[in-house]
Write a protein that binds this ligand. Sequence first.
Ligand code: ADP
Length: 490
Amino acid sequence: MKILMVSPEVAPYAKVGGLADMVAALSKALVKLGHEVRIICPKYGGWDLSRDYKAYPEPMIVNLGYGRVEFCQLWETNFEDSGVKLNLIEYNKYFARHEIYTGPWGSHADNNERFTFLSRAAMDLCYYLNWVPDVIHCNDWTTGLIPVYLNTIEWRKPLGNVASVFSIHNLMHQGIFGPEVLGFAGLPAHVLREDCLEALGNVNMMKGGIYNATKLTTVSPNYAREIQTAEYGCGLDPVIKFRASDLVGIVNGIDTDIWNPETDKLIKANFSKDDLSGKAICKKDLQELFHLEVNDSIPVMGVISRLVDQKGLDLLLNIIPWIMHEMHIQIVILGTGESFLENGFNQMAALYPGRVGVYIGYKESLAHKIEAGSDFFIMPSRFEPCGLNQLYSMQYGTLPIARATGGLVDTIAQYQEDKDEGTGFLFQHPTPEALYYTIGWACATYYDRKSAYKKLQHNAMSHECSWDKSAKHYSETYEWAVEARSKRFG
Ligand code: ADP
């Protein structure tokens, strides 16, 4: 099949979170299955294009509303020699800045136009290249207008037969804007209705994608169930329930070219589940990097995260003094986000030198070192559509301590003390107490049940999380979507 993947992020160049990893790794896995895959993504500021990128000689036209026509530069490369074609659109008015969604003063004020432009450009790319895909795979609200275009102004054009698969990565961000964006987009006014993309008089791009896509996916089966409830549905649960029979949950895999302790070049020493000696070297390296007491017998607990409400790290911040008083452990935190969390964790590092290490910022190489050098990984998420860090952790023999929500339930097996089964430690309620006692449980296991800890580590490292299986599920979903679209009428 010919698949066009549309995304505002693609790892490693333009990454805010797991979406970037998913788009890159899934596309590569789909090519291995024999599909033809193109990714379209904006070219952001600071993205230096090497000689591997070819510039198309003719400018690409993007057709907006009121007959407005914009010209952009199209670039192409063979993405990491994988066979995936990566097309970048260069349009500096919207994308020359470094930050993808949010600048120093909050969300970019023109995000409505920026991502409408991306959505429209995805379709105009097909016309420009004279390449009609079988499926357009859309990702989150930034691409939500594509299924709306396909069902309206594209309906009787060459792209009208194209199926759309819309993946929900995080329902919390929906792209809600004033109705004037429809004029900018060139979409007909009648789409501003409740059973399309309207929400309280505004345009809700996520809702538009969910209503109009041929098929829907989300990034774990458990999150697919959760978003049909008021607790997790962020107001769109009735819409998702309405489309439930077209929705599948597929867990993300991980890119084992990048996240593999046996080959990872960013860590001090490589290791495998059969020979963990390199992990001890990585732990020492991590303790030194964060100025912690270098001592192999003290468990190190790592965190790598966006510091936002979703991730529940305020729960951890609350209990660090309590933990430091009661438990002999070290904590390492890498993240950036809300200032009360950044300041709070910095304060903890100052209060507990040698025991708490903090790096505020975004640093890929440090993320690898934390995964490799830690004994446990803390993820107290309030909600977690899939989560990638628990998968990386398990690959690196670092046991996750996580809230039982979303994809964390699908990917982590709870430790069963009587059988030494499981791959991590799960807790139910997002409270500081629940997190505290679960960290205590993990800590006691580390100190008092060494053989159980080792067994869990082995189980975790044996957990299969490459993209091969999930890519097959996506492939089946595309076939399902193509078949459904072929039966369209009207
Ligand atoms: P989300 O997409 O909600 O942020 P995921 O767990 O799915 O959460 O993916 C997060 C990805 O971003 C992981 O690859 C993680 O390693 C990376 N990441 C998050 N924060 C940082 C940071 N401060 N430095 C380096 N990598 C980070």
